[in-house]
Design a binder for this molecule. Sequence first.
Ligand code: HEM
Length: 432
Amino acid sequence: MSDGRPLRVEAGWNSGGCPAGLFARRSFLQGTAASVIGAAGGSVLDGDAALAAVASGDQASGGVIPFYGYHQAGITTAPQTIGAFASFDVTAADRRELRELFRALTARARFLTAGGTGPKAPPDAPPPDNGILGPGVVPDDLTITVALGASLFDDRYGLAARKPTQLKTMQPFRHDDLDPALSQGDLLLQVCAGHRDTTVHAMLDILAHTKGAMKQRWRFHCQRNPPRPTGIPRDWFGFKDGITNPDTTNTATMDKVVWVQPNTAEPAWTAGGTYQAVRIVHFHLEAWQKVPVAQQERIFGRRKISGAPMYAVSDDAPDTLDPVYTNDPQGLITPLNCHIRLANPQTPETASTSTILRRSYDYERSPDKDGDLDLGHVFCCFQRELDSYIAMQTRLEDETLVPYISPRGGGYFFALPGVRNDQDYYARALLT
Ligand code: HEM
């Protein structure tokens, strides 16, 4: 296809099944029970079958990112072009309904990420799918990543003793202007794919199947810009953003930096998961536009056109060059209070709090409530220790970027371990 996405599966709808909308006025548990019965009767194409259907078609199967694994997809996965972050308040009545919520989320994520066809509705019934993606669901590199906020571990579901040790409610940093309507949440969904219709479709599907058990709190639809002209994408400040990141293909590095390991101070169920920090950061672009480029470069500590460190003056210098500060203790080349030098000062004292896995997206939702520009960053990072992120962000309180950004929301979450197989479901080890 001309837009590069895989062709959709042309098989017809299967017979039977219960469209999500039928459950809208019933209790959450009634709805999920009926869905499971439908699936057992073969009316819902499961992930493996859908995967096989996609692979056997005449389209490339490269659009499927495997759902099952020790870790969730969407963390070390190379960032897709489109990303959405949605935070929810969980309204499940009790622990049993909470478990059913996670089962329902698992079933939907497994199906949507594999693609295929859903149940067929009787001719006089509402359709089970909104048809946004055509007659079949295309996988489109979709990943759905589920994370929990500290508030889920309050007294509602008896989970307090199982809270990840470092998980807490995000407190405002010195320059934050947090809007409660854009902050925190019991559960975070990060939904990423090749195209926006795929993420919107996935979000609508999940909302329909979890109605009554969780309620939207805030949501951001975002993108990653294409490389201009090459290399790492630029953010709305015009700087290449995401250059220095740990190597996601190196298992040892990921185990050290990102994944919670077994037999640590953390509860056993957390192994294979990771802490996720999300910050909604508004950019003051009109003010930024008035800053000369040389000063912009000193604010970030990198060259604007090339993305290279400050010691590389050519516009053609590669952005892969590493920043080096050993010959610059006073910050004459790379200022001591610039963004990259405070994030990672390269000192022995800060070595343990200077590596995180960044996976951020850019948002644009102008005008804001005052009619002004609203562009920014949904900054997102994953790390084995949430305290690493907090230490880094605390150092950044003194950066010269501060007048040009307003952190307005987000929160801290724990991204669950992966769903291992078709007997497993999100948070099973937490809930059993
Ligand atoms: C929201 C506004 C932010 C913007 C516009 C931004 C932009 C950038 C840019 C342009 C770079 C240099 C290129 C690169 O290595 O990717 C960078 C590097 C980096 N940023 Fe940010 N960033 C933001 C927020 C944050 C936050 C909140 C953190 C963590 C608390 C952070 C951590 C880092 C790190 C660790 C590096 C690499 C430092 C190095 O080792 O050289 N950034 N950022």
